[in-house]
Design a protein around this ligand. Structure first.
Ligand SMILES: C[S@@+](CC[C@H](N)C(=O)[O-])C[C@H]1O[C@@H](n2cnc3c(N)ncnc32)[C@H](O)[C@@H]1O
Length: 305
């Protein structure tokens, strides 16, 4: 099997669609200022959250800056978003190499691609947006020091989603002791990354946000729950599950606390469970809607109706 990160991000869409916390989304709808709004998304991958805003009618008109440090992701975003838009019956205008307009009668998204490390991007002092989005990203960053820098990117709202929070479950069990050790060591690798990261990022965001002067407007679980239906995984979720095992392999192969043959057999048996449609994968995560200061005056309008 070929492991492509952009393909993984595509396969993750249906899992994220189910997982995203709907109470937090309701709070986002109530608090969003009227269109057009400015959005900055950091760690945006290939742009699937941007297309979700369109699919779910969350935003009608926006200028959207999509930031990711991986050139492969930004290149995929440049190719994939226009294909997605045309398939969805929308018009596409290429403005420049790094700018794209996706629109129809009721939507207008001006998208700017920034291939950059998020902290280099912040150093350029971009004008703060109405909404900052960080989706499946904050658990990779050094905290708490990153939070005030990130919040400088928004003058009002931050929608911070799919933050891993300390629980991975793979069923059915293979060997309870080995399963537990592999999950524990896997979480420990998240805490030991030189670039930062926290295997309990979700619960810790409450205090990181508060200390950075933001108010949590809504919070809730956004667990990934992946299982077969009538023996088949929906959409491209078989690929997604194989990629999750690839993360385990990348993180733990050669680990001094694991017998190499036992771990190789464990991966092999987990892949066989996927082939048989048996593997059930659950990852506990959390979503937040936070606010920095008072909303712009028009945003309060929606509270009155
Ligand atoms: C788990 S992926 C999530 C991508 C996307 N939000 C999604 O869910 O489809 C994390 C993303 O953060 C990007 N990333 C990691 N560290 C970064 C940094 N310091 N600056 C910008 N992007 C970064 C990676 O390239 C990757 O695309």
């Amino acid at each position: 099997m070929e492991f492509s990160f952009p393909h993984y991000l595509l396969s993750k869409q249906s899992v994220d669609d189910r997982a995203l916390n709907k109470t937090v989304i309701d709070a986002l709808k109530v608090n969003l200022p009227p269109a057009p709004i400015r959005i900055i998304e950091v760690g945006a991958g290939i742009g699937t959250m941007m297309t979700r805003l369109l699919r779910w009618e969350l935003v009608a008109k926006t200028s959207y800056i999509l930031v990711d440090e991986m050139a492969q992701n930004i290149d995929s975003a440049r190719r994939w978003i226009p294909l997605w838009a045309v398939n969805a019956g929308m018009s596409v205008e290429r403005i420049e190499q790094n700018e794209l307009r996706v629109f129809d009668e009721t939507h207008d998204f001006c998208i700017q691609f920034e291939c950059a490390d998020v902290f280099d991007f912040i150093k350029k002092n971009p004008a703060p947006a109405d909404l900052l989005i960080a989706h499946a990203f904050l658990d990779l960053l050094p905290m708490p020091e990153s939070m005030p820098k990130l919040l400088a990117l928004t003058k009002h709202l931050a929608w911070l989603t799919i933050n891993f929070d300390g629980v991975t479950s793979l069923e059915p069990a293979i060997d309870a002791g080995l399963d537990e050790r592999i999950e524990r060591l896997y979480h420990a690798t998240m805490d030991a990354r030189p670039t930062g990261g926290d295997s309990r990022a979700g619960r810790h965001l409450f205090s990181h946000l508060r200390k950075a002067g933001a108010e949590v407007l809504a919070a809730g679980a956004s667990d990934w729950v992946v299982h077969a239906v009538n023996g088949k995984y929906p959409a491209d979720e078989k690929y997604f599950l194989n990629f999750i095992l690839h993360f385990f392999e990348e993180s733990l192969t050669g680990h001094s606390e694991l017998n190499a043959a036992d771990f190789a057999n464990w991966i092999k048996e987990r892949r066989a469970q996927i082939e048989r449609g048996e593997l059930v994968y659950i990852a506990h995560q959390m979503d937040f809607l936070a606010s920095r200061g008072d909303p712009p005056s028009e945003a309060k309008r929606s509270d009155k109706f």
